[in-house]
Design a protein around this ligand. Structure first.
Ligand code: UDP
Length: 468
């Protein structure tokens, strides 16, 4: 019998694991639940691609055709170029290759849509050439999207050298607490004539020209922000929480899961700063001492410290790159043996957060980490580092009620006593109970959103219906 050819969606992801993970899950759902075929291109920033990319590619779901595009030459940008500039550069240099792939796919079967991440809007030109609709899949919260969508107006209404400085009243947008200068992503605070700021503003304007924006969130998590975005010129669809649902064999066999099996129910603090977050040498040592001081059990995914940046391993590591952990305080590993487990570089995070022994997550508030925590009802200690993480931290504490923010000292160091105190706030007592209850409620709501009749599943179905 003649087989109907599935329409294909082409997805382009910038070189961020925190984007690629939800993009892979979105692709899997398009194939498994919506009868589409997908090609997912990853605009790599390094050559060869990182060990983390290779591990994910090795366990890519059936029907998801995942490929890394060649990275731009390593010396194309000065070593000091910030992460966002590097990511944008990788995407911009991938466009000719994206065009080639799109043309050859379109010759074989009709292309239904192009889906890019927040950095990928320059690829819209390829969709326009082929007459296919283009969408953004926004892998941060609705709240950050709202801020982006409002940026052109905010920019036009302000006169200063910076969008906001510490002396000015905060930015008030519908649905969330007033935003103060120190909570904004650094590029939004940059000098308004700088490339960093003008690039961001141009990106925000591009957002208004796409056919739709999918957001990795669900209505019950940010209801007021969602309501405020109704009726915008660009339709916005909450389709989350989409998290990595298909752990690879190496992840399922990871030693930390055997270790967690032996720990008491809800007794362990999990510590990780995402795929790229790094601390200074002093802060890394202080965190070790704080964990020790708390006297709670822990799993800590430790990264080599970085003095100059908080996103020191953003583009991942190469295989076998880990070295000795001589940056940890002397005797720390021996003293905490049996109570704590230190893992270098990368851990099977979704499986750790799903483990019944885990009670608390010390997180940099990357949006995937927050969603994975919520899906598993694990309350958080919010320790934001860069990008929109300060906004996420305040939202998770104030609006959502599942986190407590860590307090930074006057010298920007977070002291061991504060680390131990924050752990106690989440592990014991009334505040801990309240956060746990709220986290459990949200877990139910997130599972509902993803069920067959749930609002996120329905939202995705509505869009894909228009693609068929
Ligand atoms: N992740 C992981 N193991 C690690 C570190 C990160 O599996 O050791 C995954 C984590 O589960 C999440 C993603 O990488 O899905 C990180 O995304 P997030 O948005 O939290 O932060 P980012 O890395 O983008 O800063």
């Amino acid at each position: 019998p003649e087989q109907t050819v599935r329409r294909r969606v082409l997805l382009l992801c910038s070189p961020c694991m925190g984007h690629l993970i939800p993009f892979t899950e979105l692709s899997r759902r398009l194939v498994a639940d919506h009868g589409l075929a997908t090609t997912l291109l990853f605009a790599a920033a390094t050559s060869p691609p990182s060990a983390q990319y290779l591990a994910l590619a090795a366990s890519a779901p059936d029907g998801v055709d995942l490929a890394a595009l060649p990275a731009p030459p390593a010396d194309a940008l000065p070593p000091s170029a910030p992460v966002r500039v590097r990511a944008e550069h990788a995407v911009a240099s991938s466009i000719p290759r994206v065009r080639e792939v799109a043309r050859s796919l379109a010759a074989a079967a009709p292309l239904a849509a192009l889906v890019v991440d927040m950095i990928g809007t320059p690829a819209r030109q390829v969709a326009a050439e082929l007459g296919v609709p283009s969408y953004v899949f926004f892998t941060s919260p609705w709240m950050t999207l709202s801020l982006f969508l409002h940026l052109p107006e905010l920019d036009a209404s302000r006169a200063g050298e910076h969008l906001l400085d510490a002396t000015e009243p905060p930015i008030c947008l519908p649905g969330y607490a007033p935003i103060r200068a120190h909570e904004l992503p650094r590029s939004m605070l940059a000098d308004r004539s700088s490339e960093s700021y003008t690039g961001l503003l141009a990106m925000a304007k591009e957002f208004r020209g796409v056919d739709g924006i999918l957001v990795n969130t669900f209505r019950d998590l940010e209801p007021a922000v969602g309501d405020s975005l109704e009726g915008l010129e660009v339709p916005v669809h909450p389709v989350g929480p989409l998290v990595w649902a298909r752990p690879a064999r190496v992840d399922r066999d990871h030693e930390c899961l055997r270790w967690l099996d032996q720990q008491p129910h809800r007794s362990v603090v999990y510590v990780s700063f995402g795929s790229g977050g790094t601390l200074t040498w002093q802060q890394t040592a202080e965190l070790a001492l704080g964990l020790e001081l708390s006297q709670h059990r822990f799993v800590w995914v430790v990264k080599k410290p970085h003095q100059d940046t908080a996103s020191g391993s953003f583009f991942g590591t190469s295989q076998g790159e880990e070295t000795t952990m001589d940056y940890l305080p002397k005797g720390f590993i021996e003293r905490t043996r049996g109570i704590g487990l230190v893992i270098q570089a990368w851990a099977p995070q979704p499986l750790i957060l799903a483990h019944a022994s885990v009670r608390c997550f010390v997180t940099h508030c990357g949006w995937n980490s927050a969603l994975e925590s919520i899906l598993n009802a694990v309350p958080m200690i919010a320790w934001p580092l860069f990008a929109e993480q300060h906004l996420n931290a305040s939202m998770l504490e104030i609006q959502v009620g599942v986190a407590t923010r860590i307090r930074t000292g006057p010298d920007r160091l977070i002291r061991k006593e504060e680390i131990a105190r924050a752990i106690h706030r989440v592990m014991e007592g009334q505040e801990a109970e309240r956060m746990m209850k709220r986290a459990s409620e949200l877990r139910e709501k997130s599972l509902n959103a993803l069920s067959e009749v749930g609002c996120s599943t329905q939202a995705l179905a509505q869009i894909t219906d228009t693609w068929k």
